[in-house]
Structures are given as structure tokens and as C-alpha cells.
Design a binder for this molecule. Structure first.
Ligand code: PLP
Length: 287
């Protein structure tokens, strides 16, 4: 059986799934999304992603398209129909279909809801983490509301392409003061010379990562020190370790920045331990 997608109330073969040409998500990026890691068929960090989804929608004056309970059922049904237990599940909610006009439709229209599921090879992910990945830096060019998880991701896509062309896995945006803001699809972290964890504070123009938030609880439980403060690319290279977090990457060691090694140029013990502890916690609390 092939992949199945959910589009506006129906489960359809992934290859045949489509949206209307005047869907406002397609024409104006007037839509938001969430991505959950799925372990053993269950949604990791479910609550955190729902809270952020509602917040993103609220910032764009949109409601949840259905109750949280109903949405959970639909997400679970999508997983069941795709017959995968280790996956990423993507949910996109948009303002809907309306004749092209920048301002919102005068009469509210039915919101667009799309869900896709991709299987994840956990063995390959662990092998990738054990090797570590490189990142490249790129100037921060995004709009001022990166806290809203919208599908307006062109700068992120361009940054990711730059990374790919350089043989790296992620791009870190760097602001005009030289500080790393976040990755194109992840939050950025270092372990500084004193062994303190450092990641940028969320007063900055970044996404409030759900994995980031859960990892902070792990860090507190481990009695490790955390400093919510920005760092430069140079500081990252001089750090003991660096890593990224996100629903897709979980906790992934970074071994080089712009081709120059971080620390010894291999995944560090703190990042690897935090990865293991994060995954344990995510599995234990998944619903
Ligand atoms: N920052 C950006 C720009 C992202 O796109 C993502 C995830 O897609 C993250 C950070 C990490 O967020 P989360 O941990 O909630 O997946």
C-alpha cells in the first residue's frame, strides 16, 4: 500500500493529493504548519506542538480548524493508514480558498487542512548523529515574525540549498551583529568552554522550538547549566561542542561550521548524551 495524505476532510493517495490553485497558502503563504516526530506510532511532544500551532494560528487571526481532540484523531488515523510507526507527521492549516486578493476573504471560508506522513529510518538517523553534520552560515534575511511557524519558507529553502551545495546539512542564519539566530529548520546550540549549554533566547526573532523547550527540561534535570544567550560562528568553532535541535533532527551534533571544525571535529559527549535523554523522554511522553 502506498502513502496516504489527508486533504480537507479526505484521506487520498499521496500521489493524487492536491489543493486548489487559489488556496491562500499556495498564493500568499497564508498558512501555518507543525511537524511532530513519531515514535512507535505516537506523537512526541504533542502538547508543545499543539500549543504552538494554536499560537501561530492566533497570530494570523485564524482558529484551530477543529478541536484539538479531533485533530489528534485525524493525525493518528493518518499514521495508521500509512502503516508507519517511526515517522514525521506534517500538518498544514491555511486560511482557505478564495479569489486572489491580498486582504482576507470578507466572509470566512473553510480552512485548508493537509496532513502528510513520511517514514523515518531510525537506524540511519542514529548513524548520521554518530558521525555529526556540518553547517554553513548565511546572512539573516527573514521577516520579523519568525516566531510564527508559517509556510513562508523561501529564505529557509535558499539557506538549505546553500548548505547542500557546500556539502553541509544545515544553514545557520547570522544577524547583523554577527550572532547566530537559528538554523533553517532547527535551533542552534553550543557547549561553551566552561561546559555550559548556550542557545539563543526567544525574545530574538526565532522560532520557539518545541524540541528546544523539552531539552531545557532534560538539561535542568541533569543539573547542567544553561545560558540563553546568543553566540557567534567563531564562538561556535571555539566551543567544546555544537548541535542542533528540531522535530526532524532531534538532537544532532554539529562538527563543523563553514568547513572549520568545532572542538575536535567529532560529535561531543554532551550532545550525544542529550540526544539519548531527549529521545527517551520523547518516547516516554508520546501520545
Ligand atoms: N527553527 C526553525 C526555523 C524551524 O523550522 C524548526 C523546525 O522545523 C525549528 C527551529 C525547531 O523547532 P521544533 O523543535 O519545534 O521542531
Amino acid at each position: 500500500m502506498g502513502r496516504i495524505a489527508y486533504v480537507n476532510g479526505r484521506f487520498v493517495p499521496h500521489s493524487e493529493a492536491s489543493v486548489h490553485i487559489e488556496d491562500r497558502g499556495y498564493q500568499f503563504a497564508d498558512a501555518v504548519y507543525e511537524v511532530w516526530a513519531v515514535f512507535g506510532g505516537k506523537l512526541a511532544d504533542a502538547e508543545g506542538h499543539f500549543v504552538r500551532l494554536e499560537r501561530s494560528l492566533g497570530e494570523l487571526s485564524m482558529p484551530l480548524p477543529m478541536s484539538r481532540a479531533a485533530l489528534t484523531l485525524v493525525l493518528k488515523e493518518a499514521l495508521r493508514r500509512n502503516r508507519v510507526r517511526e515517522a514525521l507527521i506534517y500538518l498544514q492549516v491555511g486560511r482557505g480558498v478564495a479569489p486572489r486578493d491580498h486582504a482576507f476573504p470578507k466572509e470566512p471560508v473553510r480552512q485548508s487542512v493537509v496532513i502528510t506522513v513520511s517514514g523515518v529510518d531510525r537506524t540511519a538517523s542514529e548513524a548520521r548523529a554518530a558521525k555529526g553534520v556540518g553547517v554553513v552560515t548565511t546572512p539573516e534575511t527573514r521577516w520579523g515574525r519568525c516566531d510564527i511557524k508559517t509556510v513562508g519558507l523561501l529564505p529557509n529553502a535558499l539557506a538549505k540549498q546553500k548548505a547542500r551545495e557546500a556539502g553541509a546539512a544545515e544553514a545557520w542564519f547570522v544577524d547583523e551583529l554577527g550572532f547566530v539566530t537559528e538554523g533553517a529548520s532547527s535551533n542552534a546550540w553550543i557547549v561553551d568552554g566552561e561546559g555550559k549549554l548556550r542557545t539563543r533566547d526567544t525574545n530574538a526573532n526565532i522560532l520557539r522550538g518545541v524540541t528546544r523547550r523539552t531539552l531545557m527540561q532534560v538539561i535542568a534535570d541533569e543539573g547542567l547549566q544553561l545560558d540563553e544567550r546568543p553566540f557567534t560562528a567563531d564562538e561556535a568553532r571555539q566551543a567544546k561542542e555544537a548541535f542542533i535541535t528540531g522535530a526532524g533532527t532531534l538532537v544532532l551534533p554539529v562538527i563543523s561550521v563553514d568547513g572549520k571544525p568545532v572542538g575536535q571535529g567529532v560529535p561531543g559527549p554532551v550532545a550525544m548524551k542529550l540526544r539519548r535523554l531527549y529521545i527517551e523522554r520523547a518516547k516516554a511522553t508520546a501520545i
